[in-house]
Ligand binder design. Structure first.
Ligand code: FES
Length: 653
């Protein structure tokens, strides 16, 4: 008779096991990671599984109640103290007696999904730097006078195979009480970021402690994005965003650096502002998720170099001028309390490495998330903000640079530009025959030519045009011939459409007109977009040049990932029509959302990703765009739509 077949969902892994094999052991032998805080003692409940009834067609497996060992005393004890939902079993206390389909419930899942709006859902393995381990400690013995702490060490070693940890000294006074309260059962919080380091005993709790959380934070110059995840399940349980309070000291990075240079105490003011906001955001997500901030034990931060330095309390002045020297480029681990964050008293913080003086830990995190270094295909990763960060390459070689695009793509420097907020135009289409526009406004679900729009617009107010709207309107103006390849609004069309009007010595396009407000695209607006996109494209071209064989053909890009807030809203086709990015199969040019935030979350939930990005960043070749003589030449060619020199066969214009 053959051994029973067991299938684990959702991973689909399966294997045959001898009757009587415990489910948790079977799962682990297949590489299906089942969490455990208690080491299989039936206490923590982290190892819960669900037995899916009925046949699992493709694999011919039929689960039945008697294919499992009967509910054990351990499970009954567990269910008396805590909840064990119907159909759930503790895999450490259950053994295989027949064919089974076993489901790891999503609230117990140890693989976490990085969910990104409308882009994709990915699953990655979880192995956080901080773990909770329950141990049973022998009672003290007068004849073998080994100290309480020493017996905890011995239990950690025998139950979990853990090498003798270093100890957070502040817990020593609490240790004896915790052990006796347990009684003789304590949960140890073990921090073990680097495999080569000794583990560190950072906290000790009487009995079972079944909750530990971490936060991942992307400190952008404009917006701070923060998420709260369970270190035990890997699930992201709450997230929030807030404007960076440093905006009041300067809109863009350079003005914040000059604020520090001009104002004594300016650096400290900005550091305090951002740390306070992060703390307030932590409290917001903790309240929302009903989590105590004292249970937050680990944090990961990413940001561009200026944000990274200011958050750490480092003067960013050196980043404002050549050679753009970073105070530190490597990854950094430090106590969260040193960042004025009040979480668990000895919570840890980790900052991803910076790539170069202009290419920060945010670009490193985006790289970690999108993974150009894991694949053979040539990938271009662009994070567009006031400074565009660019990474190009594959598993064999990676290059990085930044380009000074300025704030035009965020709606600044545009006459009717504004931030993406209710009332801003975000989508635009122009009829090629009538030259009439239709558009969509943030906060109104319908297009401007749909019935009911006028009333909705009157109620909300159409106040301006945001970054994605500007890119679309300029691209549509170009596609309909209103704007020439050189970026000039064609005044001869004024005879054909009342939308095209004279404005000083140039022409303008009237996008929206109400008695209160007229939104017009001016020649200077087109110019601002040309300058911004030419800077971005020229930076990308420098990387392509560097990658290609001298004198040989330029490398072909297989995939483009547009990251960042801007990248998430812009339609890739329009980015290509304007020539922000080089030609690439349109299907493979994608907006990937907040890739930096996703990368930060990966580093939070799996310490191996920290090592991976540290190793990757150390081999990225950095290119300083400002110092490259070819930059100007590429810039001039890139002023045209889409480009004077380069072809865009994928667009079929
Ligand atoms: Fe803790 Fe099963 S491993 S209850």
């Amino acid at each position: 008779e053959t051994d029973p077949l067991v299938l684990f969902m959702p991973s689909g892994r399966r294997g045959r096991f001898a009757r009587g094999t415990s489910l948790i052991a079977a799962a682990r032998s297949l590489g299906v990671h089942v969490e455990s805080v208690c080491g299989g003692r039936g206490i923590c409940g982290r190892c819960q599984v669900e037995i899916v009834e009925g046949a699992f067609a493709k694999h011919q497996i039929v689960s039945a109640a008697d294919h499992l060992s009967p509910v054990s005393a351990t499970e009954i004890r567990y269910a008396e103290k805590r909840v064990l939902k119907p159909g759930r079993r503790l895999s450490c206390a259950t053994s295989i007696e027949g064919d089974l389909v076993v489901d790891l419930p999503s609230d117990m899942a140890v693989n976490t999904a990085v969910v990104r709006k409308a882009v994709d859902t990915r699953v990655f393995p979880r192995d956080p730097a901080i773990r909770l381990l329950l141990v049973e400690v022998p009672e003290p013995d007068m004849h073998a006078p080994l100290g309480d702490l020493d017996r905890v060490f011995a239990a950690l070693e025998s139950d979990w195979g853990l090498a003798r940890p270093t100890v957070e000294h502040s817990i020593l006074p609490l240790l004896q009480k915790a052990l006796r309260e347990g009684p003789w059962q304590v949960t140890c919080a073990i921090a073990h970021d680097h495999e080569e380091d000794r583990p560190h005993l950072m906290a000790i709790y009487p009995g079972l402690k079944n909750e530990a959380y971490g936060i991942a934070v992307d400190i952008g110059s404009t917006t701070i994005a923060l998420s709260l995840s369970s270190l035990l399940s890997g699930a992201t349980i709450a997230a929030t965003g807030a404007p960076n309070p440093q905006i009041r000291f300067g809109e863009d990075l350079m003005s914040r650096v000059s604020y520090v240079m001009m104002n004594p105490g300016g650096r400290a003011e900005m550091t305090r502002a951002v740390r306070e906001t992060v703390q307030a955001m932590i409290e917001t997500v903790a309240t929302e998720a009903n989590v105590s901030t004292g249970d937050i034990m680990d944090c990961v931060f990413v940001g561009n170099p200026v944000m990274h330095h200011l958050f750490l309390g480092i003067d960013p002045t050196e980043l404002g001028q050549a050679p753009f020297a970073l105070a530190l480029s490597g990854a950094l681990a430090l106590p969260a309390a040193d960042l004025d964050l009040s979480l668990h008293p000895v919570a840890r913080a980790y900052l991803l490495p910076c790539i170069a003086g202009h290419v920060g830990a945010d670009a490193a995190a985006a790289t970690l998330s999108e993974g150009p270094h894991r694949q053979d295909e040539m990938m271009l990763l662009v994070d567009v903000g006031t400074n565009a960060e660019i990474v190009l390459g594959n598993r064999h070689r990676l290059l990085a640079a930044s380009s000074p695009t300025g704030p035009a793509f965020e709606g600044a420097e545009i006459s009717c530009g504004q931030r993406a907020a209710p009332g801003a135009i975000e989508r635009v289409r122009i009829d090629p025959v009538t030259l009439e526009p239709r558009f969509k406004v943030i906060g109104i679900d319908i297009w401007s030519d749909d019935p009911g729009f006028a009333e909705a617009a009157a109620a909300l107010g159409v106040t301006g045009i945001c970054g994605s709207g500007i890119v679309e309107v300029v691209a549509e103006l170009f596609l309909t011939g209103i704007v020439t390849e050189d970026g000039v609004i064609d005044g001869s069309l004024a005879a054909r459409s009342p939308r095209i009007v004279q404005s000083g010595r140039t022409f303008a396009y009237v996008l929206h007109e109400t008695p209160q407000r007229t939104l017009t695209i001016l020649q200077t607006d087109i110019r601002a977009i040309q300058l911004a996109k030419a800077a971005l494209y020229a930076g990308i071209k420098l990387l392509i040049d560097r990658f290609s064989q001298p004198g040989g053909p330029a490398v072909q890009i297989d995939r483009i990932a547009l990251a960042g807030a801007f990248g998430s809203f812009i339609e890739p086709r329009y980015a290509m029509v304007l020539g922000l990015v080089p030609d690439c199969d349109l299907e493979r040019c994608q907006a990937v959302g907040n890739a930096a935030g996703a990368g930060a979350r990966m580093a939070l939930l799996n310490r191996a990703y920290r090592r991976e990005i540290e190793a990757t960043v150390s081999r990225i070749e950095k290119i300083e765009t400002a110092l490259e003589p070819a930059f100007q030449d590429h810039f001039v060619a890139a002023m045209a739509f889409p480009n004077k020199r380069d072809a865009f066969p994928s667009l079929a214009l």
